[in-house]
Design a protein around this ligand. Structure first.
Ligand code: AMP
Length: 294
């Protein structure tokens, strides 16, 4: 497995891989083969959730690139950018073990997000998608995500890119970005990997005490109860949300940020649903989790 920290080195590697494996390069010749590239963008501190994305990418591509970049553009000044877990050596050996071809771990400076955050070009997805749900409490977050994901797409030029459904709002915004800017990449959304307790795996779970971890389980539990109500025939948004909120209220230390029922493509709130999809977010003493059922 290779580790690259510069755009130039990664591009050089990718073009060599294409040349090695693609004997027929003229677009006019028949049976053109080219190396398919799968990209898994992450912020590192890899866990089983990330590994499930990597596994899927390996099944579907010749070459799997994992990017590890703690993106300063997506953290508000009050958030945990400085303290976010950075475990590159451990990530590197995990990547090696699971058969990643290359890790791309640039510095912020390498991607041009060093000193002057506001003076760089940014990608601005529709406000109707970024200012709702998680975006309400995290202004600028999805713009920061969209900007760096766009840059990673341009650097790696993947055929497919893999994202977790745990971050469902992110997936919807990236799908929209790809559509609106005509990126030649297919977005693959992968199911959420959970602890046995139902808590979604997350690099930030390590901030939680065992007691807080137990409290945080209420989010998935509440979404499941709501799903159960849906399966029993309830279709009205307010009623489905009330089921989840009632369960969330049983854990006093959990502050609910939102429970929403939205259209999966536009993220517009729905009064009534035909398909199950419920998003939720909560805070357990400052720690933030979001989740969804489908
Ligand atoms: P992060 O490193 O937290 O930015 O996550 C990188 C990618 O892994 C994102 O697309 C996440 O949605 C995805 N991911 C994180 N946790 C999980 C999980 N528990 N199950 C599935 N995908 C996940």
């Amino acid at each position: 497995m290779r580790l690259f920290t510069t755009v130039a080195a990664l591009r050089c590697y990718l073009s060599l891989c294409q040349k090695d494996n693609s004997p027929v390069r003229s677009p006019f010749e028949a049976n053109i083969t080219s190396v398919s590239i799968g990209l898994v963008p992450t912020m590192g501190a890899l866990h089983l959730g990330h590994l499930s994305l990597i596994e899927r990418a390996k099944q579907e591509n010749d070459l799997v690139i994992v990017s590890i970049f703690v993106n300063p553009l997506q953290f508000a000044p009050t958030e945990d950018y400085q303290s976010y877990p950075r475990t590159l050596e451990r990530d590197r050996s995990l990547g090696q073990q699971v058969g990643v071809d290359a890790i791309f771990a640039p510095t912020a400076e390498e991607l041009g997000v060093g000193e002057q955050l506001l003076s760089r070009t940014q990608v601005v997805p529709p406000e109707s998608m970024t200012a709702v749900m998680c975006g309400k409490s995290r202004p600028g977050h999805f713009q920061g995500v969209a900007t760096i994901v766009t840059q990673l797409f341009n650097v790696v030029q993947p055929h497919k890119a893999y994202f977790g459904q745990k971050d469902a709002q992110q997936v919807a915004i990236i799908r929209r970005l790809v559509k609106d800017l005509s990126f030649p990449v297919k977005i693959i959304a992968c199911p959420t990997v959970r602890e046995a307790s139902g808590l979604a795996k997350s690099s930030r779970n390590q901030y939680l005490t065992p007691e807080q971890k137990q409290q945080a389980q209420v989010l998935y539990r509440s979404l499941q109860l709501s799903e159960l109500a849906f399966k029993s025939g309830e279709r009205h948004s307010e009623a489905l949300k009330a089921v989840a909120l009632k369960e969330l209220a049983t854990v006093k230390s959990v502050a609910v940020e939102y429970i929403e029922l939205v259209d999966p493509d536009t993220l517009k709130p729905l009064d009534k649903i035909e398909h199950r999809r419920l998003f939720g977010a909560e805070q357990v003493r400052g720690y933030y989790q979001h989740d969804r059922v489908q």
